[in-house]
Design a protein around this ligand. Structure first.
Ligand code: 5GP
Length: 106
């Protein structure tokens, strides 16, 4: 079970910002900027691009809704979106409030 599945199961605490039956958004424990959010499918799949098309598309729509909420809540120019997946083998998208190009040096 991944650490993110443990968050979904409520076994590890996380600050949840949005949730549906299939997806969860929560604050990153080691944020690159205030309001850094991770969006995950509740179903445990290793990597974002392993998702079936239906789930992938639904997750992108959920991610857009979450990003719009972040933009409203956190003063920033843009909400950056990144796919990394080097640390946690559970599909996720990073949403990171950004203000200038220096913020991209992560
Ligand atoms: P990646 O797999 O994309 O390289 O990075 C995984 C991200 O998950 C990192 O930004 C890391 O800070 C975050 N992360 C790892 N473990 C936890 C955790 O237990 N709780 C939360 N909220 N975030 C975590």
């Amino acid at each position: 079970m991944t650490i993110f599945s443990q968050i979904v199961a409520g076994e590890i605490p996380a600050y949840k910002v949005a949730e549906t039956n299939d997806f969860l958004a929560f604050l990153d424990i080691n944020p690159l900027a205030e309001g850094h959010v991770l969006v995950i499918p509740k179903k445990e799949i290793d990597y974002l691009f392993d998702l079936d098309d239906l789930t992938y598309n639904a997750m992108q729509i959920f991610t857009k809704i979450v990003a719009t909420g972040i933009k409203a809540a956190i003063p920033c120019k843009k909400v950056g979106m990144a796919v990394v997946g080097l640390e946690v083998p559970h599909a996720h998208i990073h949403l990171i409030p950004l203000n200038n190009v220096d913020d991209l040096n992560f």
